[in-house]
Design a binder for this molecule. Structure first.
Ligand SMILES: Cc1cc2nc3c(=O)[nH]c(=O)nc-3n(C[C@H](O)[C@H](O)[C@H](O)COP(=O)(O)OP(=O)(O)OC[C@H]3O[C@@H](n4cnc5c(N)ncnc54)[C@H](O)[C@@H]3O)c2cc1C
Length: 559
């Protein structure tokens, strides 16, 4: 089976290398002493790709040493799967990420990684034809089902004409082609403003805000359209209309994604055809033991391959050596720094920013501290009755305009876990996850604690789904500042942060992870891959060049 990262020179097509040129490729020597900061999925996969690169023929001649520093006493970061005893068996609760999308190239790269790590037999899939893939709900005082092509035209018409929450879709779609593209001097705007400008405010408030609650727990009037809707942002300029351009927009591939997809295609990865077929026909996938199985296996494999993993060792400070050829890493447990040729920081940007201070205490790359993150309280509930849900589907999301009297617990949504994937629990039952907070709690000095959050979760489930039974198992986690928010201007700020890092550390310190180029697990693994494969100097290079897209019709990206 070809590893995802070998042999290195074939990774990028020649044209792409020429076009990105030296801007992407740093001057760092082969081999070296690498420090990875953070043992979340980005840090673990960065260490894995570094190890893989060290095994390629041209690199094998040189010595590579990899040390991963993790502040906590476990790796995995926001990926954490808990097994809980319930009457008659055990169930699995995810306190962070729960399912991944198979969409290539990220999903395909992750499937390849899972295959390389020997975990493919533990994959479980949610079919594209399952109710969870087709049926999604909004809650704005009452449950409203969203249209889906598989539910048919009649269903679509009925919903669009009768549901007040879907008001504005028809007029928005028909009027959109007449809207002029944004002027050249608009370099970014909020997601809310973009959708309102192209369609109307009702769509932004009722639909878009609910979807963004589900992914970012964020406020569409703060989040950046350029960063979070990149192909639509590009498509508006390229095709003049999102509606008329939609067939082409749906086939757009960003250059780096195209290179990764080409690489996977050329190396026939993942190798297992059944796995590829399952991926192509699924809407989501995960692992039988939960997503933490992936981070645990990565840790195990890294240790086997001689990578040093220092858990419970927070990095406190980073300093360039005088010649900027090495980086000094200070940790809490030692007065003396260790030095490395390259450091890849995958901890949150704000934490990294606090490590980068001049002797006077002034921040060296202040823009890194400007990426805010929201807190989400996650409450997992399990009920022994497998038929408790009155409706079928993935879950329900709450639009930003839902009045407080209909959402007094500041819920973002409910995930119907037991509908989405089966095979993680040893007993049948109904499993739900309620997520509270996110941007609703912006500016709060105190947020609800465990007891209140569990009460809120039960109230939310009763209000939306009429479920008043007591759960047999409950798990509460308060995920502090867990989802970074790419607010308007993120791209420009990260371009400047690139220059700040480069000025201070030369090619010595690069960054990757959920603070920068996407919060999904697939995005994090892709960022780790790109960082290593492009041998990036700062990891923020993509923000300094205009993203290039090509429309490519790929009927089966899994072939
Ligand atoms: C509730 C929730 C649900 C989610 N659901 C999904 C989902 O269904 N699908 C999906 O794709 N994504 C989901 N995500 C997003 C995804 O889980 C995260 O974005 C991703 O796991 C982030 O990985 P990371 O390695 O970049 O960062 P992190 O997981 O934050 O890892 C960073 C690591 O750095 C360590 N660290 C911090 N400071 C230091 C220091 N000073 N020194 C050393 N180490 C340090 C931390 O302890 C941590 O382990 C969800 C996230 C949350 C919170």
């Amino acid at each position: 089976m070809p590893p995802l990262l070998s042999p290195l020179p074939r990774v990028a097509p020649r044209a792409l290398r020429l076009c990105l040129g030296r801007r992407y490729l740093s001057a760092s020597a082969p081999g070296g002493d690498f420090a990875v900061i953070g043992g979340g999925i980005t840090g673990l996969s960065t260490a894995w790709f570094l190890y893989q690169r060290s095994q390629t023929t041209d690199q094998k001649k040189h010595r590579t040493k990899i040390t991963l520093f993790e502040a906590a006493d476990r790796t995995g970061g926001w990926i954490q799967s808990k097994h809980v005893d319930v009457p008659g068996g055990r169930v699995l609760f995810e306190t962070g990420a729960r399912t991944l999308r198979p969409t290539p190239p990220g999903g395909r790269a992750v499937a390849t990684l899972i295959e390389e790590l020997g975990l493919k037999d533990d994959l479980i899939f949610g079919s594209k034809d399952s109710p969870a893939a087709i049926r999604r709900w909004l809650y704005n005082g009452k449950l409203v089902e969203l249209p889906h092509p598989k539910l048919g035209l009649l269903d679509l018409g009925m919903k669009l004409f009768t549901q007040p929450a879907l008001k504005g879709i028809i007029s928005g779609v028909f009027s959109e082609p007449q809207v002029s593209p944004r002027p050249d001097n608009v370099t970014d705007e909020s997601v809310g403003s973009f959708v309102t400008r192209r369609m109307n405010k009702a769509i932004a408030n009722n639909l878009t805000s609910a979807v963004f609650h589900g992914i970012y727990a964020g406020d569409i009037w703060q989040l950046s359209a350029r960063s979070l809707l990149p192909s639509l942002w590009h498509g508006e300029k390229e095709y003049g209309s999102l509606v008329l351009g939609s067939p082409a927009i749906r086939t757009l591939w960003e250059e780096k994604d195209e290179a990764l997809q080409k690489r996977l295609f050329e190396t026939d990865a993942p190798a297992d055809l059944v796995l590829r077929h399952n991926m192509a026909s699924s809407s989501v996938f995960t692992l039988r033991g939960g997503l933490e199985q992936l981070s645990r296996r990565l840790e195990e494999k890294l240790l086997q391959k001689g990578v040093t993993i220092r858990k419970g060792t927070p990095v406190t400070k980073l300093e360039p050596s005088e010649d900027k050829l090495r980086v000094k890493v200070f940790t809490k447990d030692s007065a003396e720094p260790q030095t490395f040729t390259n450091v890849i920081a995958t901890c949150p940007a704000k934490t990294l920013s606090s490590m980068l201070t001049a002797p006077s205490g002034t921040p060296l790359v202040p823009l890194l501290s400007t990426i805010p993150a929201v807190t989400v309280n996650v409450i997992n509930l399990w009920y022994p009755d497998p038929h408790l849900l009155p409706i079928r589907g993935f879950g329900s999301l709450i639009p930003q305009t839902t009045p407080l009297e209909d959402n007094p617990c500041w819920a973002l949504g409910i995930v119907y876990d037991s509908e989405i994937v089966q095979g993680q629990d040893s007993v049948p039952g109904t499993k739900l996850t309620v997520m509270l907070g996110g941007h609703w709690w912006d500016g709060w000095s105190e947020i609800p604690g465990e007891e209140q959050s569990i009460r809120f979760a039960k109230e939310t489930v009763a209000r939306q789904l009429g479920i008043t039974a007591e759960p047999a198992a409950v798990n509460f986690s308060s995920q502090k500042e867990c989802i970074p928010q790419y607010t308007v201007g993120h791209t420009a700020r990260m371009a400047q942060a690139h220059h700040g890092l480069k000025r201070t550390f030369g090619d010595g310190l690069s960054v990757a992870g959920s603070s920068y180029t996407g919060v999904g697990v697939n995005d994090c693994i892709k960022a780790a891959y790109n960082n290593v494969v492009w041998n990036m100097a700062t990891g923020l290079e993509p923000f300094t060049v205009k993203a290039k897209y090509r429309s490519i019709n790929m009927p089966n990206p899994w072939e």
